[in-house]
Design a protein around this ligand. Sequence first.
Ligand SMILES: [Zn+2]
Length: 213
Amino acid sequence: MGGRGSGRRPSYAGKDTTEDSLPLDIRRPQRAGVLAPGRICRWRWTVNDHVRASIQIRADVWQVVLTYAYTAHQQPAERIRQTVMLETTPCTLGGRRWWFRCPTCARRVAVIYGAGRLFACRQCKQLAYGSQSENADDRASRRADRLRKQLGWEPGILNGPGGRPKGMHLQIYARLSAEHDALVEVMLHGMAKRLGMLNGRLSEIRRQINGEP
Ligand SMILES: [Zn+2]
């Protein structure tokens, strides 16, 4: 998938994990309103504000067409168009929940992964590990940001703690910030696992986040 006009980096057979791949979680384009028939948008994956890869998503009735340039190792870029079917299920509290049909196995999934030439579900891509920890991290990250909002702190745990907001009861502050710190720990462990960090490096980052010298 072409990042900044270049083809996406090649995948390495047998070594893919969900972290190496490009996850496309339907809840994100759905929330962004991109799944409305007729909409065309460019969807980007970024790492530290750098575009790692991007694809075009064209929404149609009950399907999306993904268009991107794929470059296998030392091969010329290939333009790929992949159609992925959509469907919805009713939510218990009203509204509908959107799903992809995996283009390979037709299973109903929330996330398809760009790993190799085409997008498919995690099972079809045989992605080694990480989906569960990734989801746990995503959840922790969202919860942490909700707490940060309540605390009036800038979103993103890397921005560190912001102190007790004016007028917030001390006990409430202690509870929210303790909950936040616990989530930070969860996320740091997830990150450390993925990056294969050593414990020393982890404590260094923990100190930085906690604003300790
Ligand atoms: Zn599949």
